[in-house]
Design a protein around this ligand. Structure first.
Ligand SMILES: C[S@@+](CC[C@H](N)C(=O)[O-])C[C@H]1O[C@@H](n2cnc3c(N)ncnc32)[C@H](O)[C@@H]1O
Length: 274
């Protein structure tokens, strides 16, 4: 079982303050490099139950607020909350509009009252949460009966080419850890929400050079922050080793970087049957 929760252990996720600081620093560059994040969020919007209306919604891990603005357009009379751990992201989002409220908070401990929203939408944020079971129970708590949680996340297999290439060079942890897809299956099935759909889909991006990928991860704020990551300068010989190892994956379109994306749509049961 991976709930990725023990700080300092190899399976652990980074400290939340580091995650917040990294995304705050990335707020200005994020939108220019977020092509995959756009595509995934749009796919998630398409997966919302047909005919669904939402008078209130929560964009969980809202980042620069791109999908808060999409939700405000989709549900014109609604009132939305954009919530993020990173103050820098919230400042950026506030200036661009979309949500009525911008709230600093943690998906694992929402500073919101019970039953206050019809929809929790969360794209590519909860892979940063060590306790996905807490995210699910908090979403269930803040949803009204009959309300929907739609999330996308990343699972094991993401950035596998980069991980394996570093592994061949020095055996170190250079890529963020991800939960197994089976853990998403198990944790959603054990939640208080009804699973309407849960799927995994691979998205493959291509880069001319490894550096293009690593620079992009940094501009997104999503570079490796794991405990146990190597610190200090990346030596020239090790970098050369990495480039050589990654070349084994080269395809006609360039160097592939695979993202294994999880899409989930869940509903809070409504005892009144509506
Ligand atoms: C890759 S960005 C995605 C942003 C946006 N949803 C999008 O699709 O463009 C991930 C966001 O999740 C936020 N985040 C990470 N951990 C979080 C947590 N525990 N609670 C709330 N937000 C979190 C980060 O600060 C960052 O803004």
């Amino acid at each position: 079982m991976t709930d990725l929760s023990q700080p300092g252990l190899p399976g652990a996720l980074p400290d939340k303050r580091q995650v917040a600081a990294s995304f705050s620093r990335a707020a200005a560059s994020y939108d220019s490099v977020a092509a995959l994040q756009r595509a995934v969020g749009l796919n998630l919007l398409e997966r919302l139950p047909g005919g669904m209306t939402a008078s209130s919604w929560l964009d969980l891990g809202s980042g620069t607020g791109y999908f808060s603005r999409a939700l405000a357009e989709r549900y014109p009379l609604s009132s939305g909350i954009a919530l993020d751990l990173a103050e820098g992201m919230l400042q950026h989002a506030r200036a661009l509009g979309g949500a009525r409220q911008h709230v600093a908070g943690d998906a694992e401990r929402l500073p919101l009252r019970d039953g206050c929203v019809d929809l929790v939408f969360s794209s590519l944020a909860v892979q940063w949460c060590s306790q996905f079971s807490s995210v699910l129970s908090e979403a269930a708590r803040v949803l009204r009966p009959g309300g929907v949680l739609a999330f996308s996340s990343l699972c094991v297999g993401t950035l596998e080419e980069l991980r394996a290439s570093w592994q061949a060079v020095d055996g170190g942890v250079h890529v963020n850890r991800f939960r197994l897809f089976e853990d998403y299956q198990r944790l959603t099935a054990a939640s208080d929400l009804e699973v309407l759909a849960l799927q995994r889909q691979a998205h493959v991006l291509h880069y001319a050079q490894v550096r293009d990928l690593t620079h992009e991860l940094k501009a997104l704020g999503a570079h490796n922050l794991n405990p146990g990551r190597p610190t200090g300068l990346t030596g020239r010989a090790r970098m050369h080793g990495l480039l050589q190892a990654y070349e084994h994956y080269r395809e006609p379109q360039g160097l592939p970087a695979t993202y294994q994306v999880v899409y989930g749509v869940l509903r809070k049961p409504d005892p009144s049957g509506h």
